[in-house]
Design a protein. Structure first.
Length: 183
């Protein structure tokens, strides 16, 4: 899928990938949804998120929290209150630590609560995008607080691209679970 460069393409990508994500989750068996995430004995990927997220709930709260980062940052700055995207003390070099902290924050959040939080935050992210013009979304540095990139780029990252990340992760888990089933 090409990276969106217009409001309509961004909305379409966000809604399409979100629907794919929810359909994939709905297609999972109760066991696949409830067992700890695993990717099989031959799994070789080393990025931190593969070991950080232990459950489907962890993936959902991760997506929710990144929606919150986007929404808080964009809405605050649009209202004239300067706010960095990443909360202090985190930087783009240390955001992995932030992701761990965001996960810790949700240890008492149930899967059902996580799904509801994600549904609500997805709707809010879509509403944010719908309220902006193409130029506001995709003209680089249209807003001084987006730095050298565009607000739309952040929106893509927090929606369609992040949903694609989650889909890949969940599919790997499903494949590993299905490989465990007797033939």
């Amino acid at each position: 899928m090409a990276r969106p460069t217009s409001q309509s393409a961004l909305l379409d990508a966000a809604k399409t990938q979100y629907t794919k994500l929810m359909s994939l989750i709905d297609s999972m068996s109760d066991i696949e949804r409830s067992v700890p995430l695993s990717y099989g004995p031959d799994f070789k990927k080393t990025e931190a998120h593969w070991t950080r997220d232990q459950s489907l709930r962890d993936i959902l709260v991760h997506l929710y929290e990144w929606h919150q980062l986007l929404l808080n940052w964009a809405n605050s700055n649009l209202a004239g209150e300067a706010l960095p995207f990443l909360p202090k003390p985190y930087t783009w070099k240390t955001y992995g630590d932030m992701n761990v902290e965001l996960l810790r924050k949700h240890q008492d959040t149930s899967y059902d609560e996580a799904r509801q939080l994600l549904e609500e935050s997805h709707r809010s992210a879509v509403a944010l995008i719908e309220g902006l013009l193409n130029e506001e979304l995709f003209e680089k540095a249209f807003f001084p607080w987006t730095g050298t990139t565009s607000l739309g780029s952040y929106c893509v990252s927090a929606t369609s691209s992040h949903y694609d990340w989650a889909i890949k992760k969940i599919r790997a888990h499903i494949r590993a679970q299905q490989a465990l089933k007797p033939a």
